[in-house]
Design a binder for this molecule. Structure first.
Ligand code: AMP
Length: 399
């Protein structure tokens, strides 16, 4: 069974074709600049060279047609006919309160995705465009929507409600949704298997530390709390996002800098985080690490503040669950930065966390990095959102 995984942005489309017999990636690629001049497809068959093709892609429909053509191309293709594709799995950012699990797309699902446009105005319209383009390009094939917010839907009211007038929740659906849910769900499930924990009761904290970053707490695979909120702005310090701040700062800065709220939100989303804290050095941790190593004070403080914020969330979530069995690190920083992992865990001695420096000296592979005597199992677990989308798609469509 072969499954096509799609992740559509407003002007881009990422894809992977996965053979579910052995969960291997047959080909992957990217269409960029959809709807603007200079559209280009980059297609890479497994073990082969990347192949670039420039052609007009006024909409996602033309982009998907190019992907289909590339997949069956004589020279660069990996299948003979698109009929070999059994189903298509789509990343959809927001499912609102409609979906706590992945779902086969029908008209009501498309309506629900549309109904959540105001909750994810940059992503949901593009996700829906991708689904409709696949329906047109491959009529009759099942499409599955895998929601980034689904994992957070198991939170209880005490965790998802904000302490605001309740009517805002009723009128505008303002609540904590959480994002990166596909990653948190995948990694917490793998952590339970790898640490040999009871799948019904395991208390797991996942730290998804990439350019965007979030922490989740789950008991028996069900999310009980997560750090991103109504939008991905809340929680950890990120590459360019502030994470938690005193909300009154918005009014204060708007008044003094003569900014609109929209402009201030742009600052909080694009100019803050480690980029802001480092006084503009970079949003990329490799640059911040390098500057800190050379003695730059701002870079050093950015790293220390980032580390402290992650550690505080882990401590809070351990309290929320009355314990923690496993802590897993994933995504760009979590998978690659051994110093960051060690420094975060240095705060967690009170939980009985003990890192093994030799085991921690690793990048991007599944590994337990805590000592045998550590009271909490700490793991490095590369995330694989595409595989999770493919697995859900298979489970919902296999006859
Ligand atoms: P992601 O959003 O998961 O793709 O993560 C991207 C981020 O991972 C980059 O912005 C970098 O800050 C970080 N990253 C990647 N490689 C390294 C590394 N070797 N050391 C530290 N940070 C890294």
């Amino acid at each position: 069974m072969k499954i096509l995984v799609m992740n559509c942005g407003s002007s881009s489309l990422k894809y992977q074709l996965i053979d579910m017999e052995n969960e291997s990636v047959l080909a992957k690629g990217l269409c960029e600049r959809i709807g603007i001049d200079g559209s280009v497809l980059t297609h890479k068959p497994a073990g082969g060279q990347a192949w670039k093709q420039e052609a007009p892609m006024p909409t996602h429909r033309e982009a998907i047609q190019m992907v289909m053509d590339a997949l069956i191309d004589n020279a660069h293709g990996v299948i003979k006919d698109t009929d070999e594709i059994s189903a298509i799995g789509h990343r959809v950012v927001h499912g609102g309160t409609y979906y706590s699990e992945s779902v086969v797309v029908d008209d009501s699902v498309k309506e629900a995705i549309r109904d959540c446009f105001d909750l994810a105005p940059l992503h949901n319209p593009a996700n829906l465009m991708g689904i409709e383009a696949c329906e047109a390009a491959m009529p009759g094939k099942p499409n599955v929507a895998v929601f980034d917010t689904a994992f957070g839907m198991s939170m209880e009211e005490k965790a998802y409600l904000y302490a605001l007038p309740y009517e805002y929740y009723e009128k505008y659906r303002i609540r904590r949704y959480g994002f990166h849910g596909t990653s948190h769900g995948f990694v917490s499930g793998e952590a339970i298997k790898m640490a040999n924990l009871d799948p019904k009761s395991a208390k797991v904290i996942v730290c998804h530390l990439g350019n965007g970053a979030s922490v989740s707490a789950s008991v028996g695979g069900r999310c009980v709390d997560t750090s991103m909120g109504l939008t991905p702005l809340e929680g950890l310090i990120m590459g360019t996002r502030s994470g938690d701040i005193d909300p009154a700062i918005v009014q204060f800065v708007c008044a003094h800098e003569h900014l609109s709220v929209d402009e201030m939100l742009n600052v909080l989303n694009k100019k803050s985080g480690v980029l802001g804290l480092s006084n503009g050095i970079s949003s990329d941790f490799r640059d911040i690490d390098e500057a800190a190593a050379k003695g730059d004070h701002h870079a050093k403080i950015a790293l220390e503040a980032y580390t402290l914020r992650v550690a505080k969330y882990i401590g809070a979530y351990a309290a929320a669950m009355n314990g923690v069995d496993a802590i897993a690190f994933t995504a760009g920083v979590g998978e690659n930065d051994k110093v960051m992992r060690k420094n975060i865990c240095a705060y967690l001695g009170f939980l009985g966390v003990e890192i093994d420096d030799v085991k921690n000296d690793v990048r991007g592979e599944n590994r337990i990095i805590s000592t045998d005597g550590s009271k909490v199992t700490v793991l490095l677990l590369p995330t694989n959102e595409e595989l999770k989308i493919a697995r859900d798609t298979r489970a919902l469509t296999e006859k």
